[in-house]
Write a protein that binds this ligand. Structure first.
Ligand code: PLP
Length: 429
């Protein structure tokens, strides 16, 4: 009865003043402080536009996948800029699992985990993640950003030290900022510099080396073997962020540590459910059980934020099932990456990184990267140009991301379009 009446009211847009369902124009706050704030914000926005660093958002009117429809037209666009490495974002079994979890467990928990927000599916997914990574335990977060924001403060004290690659993801940088440990920043993948910093850090109780497993701007892979050797020599722990590795790097897609044969040497892994593992949302930490137990007691983004919604848990859980059943999807992505990289190199382009589905087409000039990306879209290929300050000055590029669901024809079309556009704009002879 109640539900039927409320639903009819909502659908009719009824409810009158105060229900929040009206369609009135937005109200601007009045007063001098509000006017001052508005002027300041508008001037800051103008500065961002003036600096050429404005980020606009293209609106997609279809599911995530290799072929997109953009809002306001553009159908059949070939998409090469999602982190949908395994193509699971729109996989029918992943979607079905989400619908089943939604129906069985509801829309959400309206609670944090330790009050009344833990369902059996959360425990099952944590167990599955730990099994996938061959670790003792795992803990879920609303995002990997939260996992990174929550770990360093909970784990490290002013007696300890953290050593971080200078190009680590923003969320690692922010997480480290929140902790009171002694902070060292070593040059990107520079083992000499890391060793010097480890020597200096010997005076501290505990040392933690923190690195992205794969770096998303360059598609390069951290030298984990060397990092682990140094960690052993200087009695340090190793933490890796596997957002751009989980599910597809290594023979079984377990990540950078599997790829480089150091699964038993990396102590802590943080990763995301929002990229290869179904692409919905969510993040996690996996590692030693006492660490996970401590995070449940102390990690602020875990303690003070809502539980992951069941549909999201359902997606990730099914994605992991698919990966643990067979490595065929990960292998297919690797073959397609190889096809793109070798054809682009043969065409005369420089592709940064090695064997990673992030394939940055290095162009140098920021304007060239912008006009070429625009011209690629005119040819129905969606790729994104990156320039300063996202990447260093003079190192502008177009980042291409390969997915297991791209066909060979999709990849060949992309290479052909790059070749045409590159010749037109002088990037190729
Ligand atoms: N770490 C890295 C390396 C990332 O690329 C990202 C996402 O862009 C994150 C962490 C944050 O992941 P999430 O989207 O789950 O918050």
């Amino acid at each position: 009865m109640w539900r039927g009446a409320a639903w009819r009211l909502l659908r009719a847009g009824g409810g009158g003043a105060g229900t929040g369902t009206g369609t009135g124009t937005p109200r601007a706050a009045s007063g001098t402080a509000a006017a001052q704030l508005r002027r300041r914000l508008e001037s800051e926005l103008e500065d961002i536009r003036g600096a050429g660093t404005w980020k606009s958002e293209r609106v997609i009117a279809s599911r995530q996948g290799p072929h997109l429809r953009l809002a306001g037209g553009g159908a059949g666009i070939l998409n090469f800029c999602a982190n949908n490495y395994l193509g699971l974002s729109s996989h029918p079994e992943v979607i079905r699992a989400a619908v089943e979890a939604l129906e069985k467990f509801g829309a959400g928990l309206s609670s944090v985990r330790f009050i009344c927000g833990t369902q059996s599916i959360h425990k099952d997914l944590e167990e599955k993640i730990a099994r996938f990574h061959q670790r003792e335990d795992a803990i879920l977060y609303a995002s990997c950003f939260d996992a990174n924001a929550g770990i360093f403060e909970a784990l490290l004290t002013p007696e300890d030290a953290v050593l971080s690659d200078e190009l680590n993801h923003a969320s690692i940088i922010d997480g480290i900022r929140l902790c009171k440990a002694n902070k060292y920043r070593y040059k990107h993948m520079d083992m000499q510099d890391l060793e010097a910093k480890l020597q200096d850090a010997q005076k501290h109780r505990l040392r933690l080396v923190a690195t992205d497993g794969a770096f998303s701007m360059d598609g390069d892979i951290a030298p984990l073997r060397e990092i682990c050797q140094l960690a052993q020599k200087y009695d340090a722990l190793v933490f890796i962020d596997e957002c751009h590795a989980t599910g597809f790097l290594g023979p079984n897609g377990r990540g950078t540590d599997e790829l480089l044969g150091v699964m038993d040497k990396v102590t802590i892994i943080n990763s995301t459910l929002g990229k290869a593992l179904g692409g919905a949302a969510g993040g996690y930490t996996t590692g030693p059980k006492p660490l996970i137990d401590l995070l449940r007691q102390r990690s602020r983004p875990y303690l003070f934020s809502n539980s992951l919604p069941p549909a999201v848990v359902g997606c990730a859980s099914k994605a992991l099932d698919l990966l643990m059943e067979s490595n065929a999807i990960a292998q297919s992505m690797a073959a397609k990456t190889q096809r793109f990289r070798s054809k682009m190199t043969a065409a005369g382009f420089t592709i940064s990184g090695k064997d990673h589905p992030i394939c940055p087409v290095m162009l140098g000039d920021a304007r060239l990267a912008a006009v070429m990306a625009e011209d690629m879209l005119n040819r129905g290929i969606y790729v994104i140009g990156f320039s300063y300050p996202v990447v260093p000055k003079g190192k502008a590029r177009i980042r291409v991301q390969i997915s297991a669901v791209h066909s060979d024809e999709d990849i060949d079309r992309c290479v052909e379009a790059f070749t045409e556009v590159g010749r037109k704009h002088g990037a190729l002879p």
